[in-house]
Design a protein around this ligand. Structure first.
Ligand code: ZN
Length: 203
């Protein structure tokens, strides 16, 4: 199982970090050891002084595929949830400035919080999914699926040109604007529509 993620998939978020809007999706991966299940606490790692939350729509791959046509990409995922792509922003910034890969800032242990999976029903397929993150009860991020620069089907088609998608793989589809730091004692809650699918205590 692997986790495939996309950077800068919302124009407003690219802007808030002073990044250009990309011509092709920016893809990176997290290993299985990055997974943090539903309600487990997140411990801020010792190597960073600035961990940011990024709430994202996530989907689970249900069928192996390579060179998937965007028109058929929909058949390759059947569950949806929200996840947090925890990012060591200080380390990422330093590595970016040096032109280096930012793996250690993104793929460290427990950096991928996975919410409760829901079936990707016909109804969900035909609606514009919204999602929201509350930090200590206050809304800090709100996303709408239609604001994505590259839609889920396009992302899957693109990713599958380079990486065979396999049953159980998870796709993080990018974060909207509003990312920010967490500190010990924070409580994060992730919603898909009105449904709370994730909560996480920061320790
Ligand atoms: Zn992200």
């Amino acid at each position: 199982m692997k986790i495939l993620c996309v950077g800068r998939n919302y124009a407003e978020h690219a802007k808030e970090l002073n990044n250009a809007v990309p011509a092709d999706p920016i893809i990176f991966m997290k290993p299985p050891s990055a997974v943090l299940r539903e309600s487990k606490p997140f411990y801020i790692p010792e190597f960073t002084n600035e961990v940011h939350y990024e709430l994202e729509l996530i989907v689970k791959i249900c069928k192996n595929g390579k060179y998937i046509d965007p028109a058929f990409a929909r058949n390759y995922y059947d569950e949806v949830s929200v996840g947090i792509d925890f990012t060591a922003r200080d380390i990422q910034q330093k590595l970016k400035n040096q032109g280096h890969p930012w793996e250690i800032a993104k793929a460290f242990d427990h950096s991928a919080v996975i919410g409760t999976w829901l079936p990707y029903t016909e109804e969900k397929k035909h609606s514009d999914l919204t999602f929201q993150l509350l930090k200590n009860g206050e809304p800090v991020q709100s996303g709408v699926q239609s604001d994505m620069i590259f839609g889920i089907d396009q992302l899957i088609a693109y990713m599958s040109r380079f990486f065979k998608l396999q049953f159980g793989d998870i796709i993080f589809t990018g974060t909207p604007a509003g990312v920010g730091p967490v500190k010990i004692g924070d409580h994060l809650e992730g919603f898909l529509g009105k449904e709370k699918l994730l909560h996480c205590d920061v320790k």
